[in-house]
Design a protein around this ligand. Structure first.
Ligand SMILES: [Ca+2]
Ligand SMILES: [Ca+2]
Length: 374
């Protein structure tokens, strides 16, 4: 297969998200995780790479099976605009285009001529991305792995190049954050102007950009924030009122339709996230591969993991039963473990409802009593 440059990321602690106001629709933030070392591709999977997979396996993508996919109207030919339906309520700029799939990103009268090597494969669903990874002997990165790699050496930063200073005026704001370099050059592909009707393209691209159009971050990763959304291995937690709906998966980093300040669509940063179903793909959806033993990426001692799961599913009673049955209580929780749990609670409590927080505190206090009773 054509070589995808693969970068090594060292393991260690990572905090998902940022200590900031919750963004509507972006779900819960601020989780502390410990990552094992892993490898991640320097760019999203390109059209040429995806072609090798399809040639080798005769794989049919979800977009082909459905025979259509969503495309932004401003990239369509007049013929495609006239012949296809718009049926996304409140988002009529997304057109359901017959015959749009990864080889024909803008529908039947488009091709990948000139875009094989440098452009990301799009109209890729989670199913398609996972199949590619299996074929390549790789896997999708977890959300924490993706975010950690996108931040590079700048831990806790909102952008691959860091954070910048305070906002004063738009231009200063952009410059401060490194979104626009000192020479006025942009660092990522997002949308400037009045979405979806006008696009000033000051970053050089109206829609999808080549994967190396902008500088890499300190780990050598390109095209993380903006350009195309990227699938991860993590399930998306649906809000309680939507439980029972079809399972969703987490996408990271935003795309070319997003904005620097959240004035329209998402505010594009390394923590930007959304969920979608496994068969969904569109004109701004791609992925990159990872590998390494991390798998789930969340390295925890087995006993602690089991303990958390027991508490989650059956409350403290279930844990007490387990302790009794296993006779290994002393190894299951230590004072250090408990301290760690309190610390993690301190970090994540801002994102919890009062009820959630109260129940967590109750659980921890029960564990404390249990520990004291030994
Ligand atoms: Ca752009
Ligand atoms: Ca992206």
């Amino acid at each position: 297969m054509s070589s995808a440059a693969c970068l090594r990321c060292h393991g260690g602690g990572h905090r998902l998200g940022r200590r900031q106001r919750r963004v509507p629709g972006e779900g819960r933030r601020r989780q502390a995780v410990t990552l094992q070392s892993y490898y991640i591709d320097e760019t999203p999977v390109t059209n040429a790479q995806f072609r090798e997979f399809v040639r080798a396996t005769r794989f049919r993508t979800d977009a082909e099976n459905y025979s259509w996919s969503f495309v932004l109207d401003s990239v369509l030919s007049q013929r495609e605009k006239d012949t296809n339906e718009r049926y996304v309520e409140n988002a009529t700029h997304w057109v359901a285009v017959e015959g749009a799939w990864w080889r024909q990103p803008e529908g039947r009268d488009s091709s990948l001529a000139g875009r094989w090597q440098d452009y990301p494969a799009v109209h890729v669903s989670w199913n398609d991305a996972a199949a590619y990874c299996r074929w390549a002997g790789r896997r999708l990165p977890t959300e924490a792995e993706w975010e950690n790699a996108a931040r590079g050496k700048r831990k806790g930063a909102l952008y691959p190049w860091g954070d910048g200073g305070s906002a004063r005026a738009v231009v200063v704001w952009l410059t401060d954050r490194g979104i626009v370099g000192p020479d006025g050059s942009w660092q990522m592909n997002v949308w400037q102007g009045n979405f979806p009707r006008s696009n000033e393209k000051s970053d050089g691209y109206h829609a999808i950009a080549p994967v190396k159009a902008y500088p890499p971050n300190s780990y050598g990763l390109y095209s993380t924030v903006g350009n195309v959304w990227e699938w991860t291995a993590d399930a998306w937690r649906l809000p309680n009122d939507r439980q029972g709906q079809e399972e969703q998966w987490t996408l990271k980093g935003g795309s070319f339709i997003d904005s620097v300040d959240g004035a329209h669509n998402h505010k594009a940063t390394v923590v930007t996230r959304m969920g979608n179903t496994a068969d969904s793909g569109s004109y701004n959806t791609g992925f990159r591969c990872a590998s390494g033993a991390g798998g789930g990426g969340r390295k925890q001692k087995l006993d602690e993991q089991k303990m958390s799961k027991l508490v989650e599913e059956g409350g403290v009673e279930a844990l007490t039963d387990f302790l009794k049955q296993s006779g290994q209580g002393a190894q299951v929780i230590t004072a250090a473990d408990l301290k760690g749990k309190y610390e993690r609670l301190q970090e994540t409590k801002e994102d919890m409802s009062p009820e959630e927080l109260e129940s967590k505190l109750k659980e921890l206090n029960a564990l404390k009593e249990q520990l004291a009773a030994r």
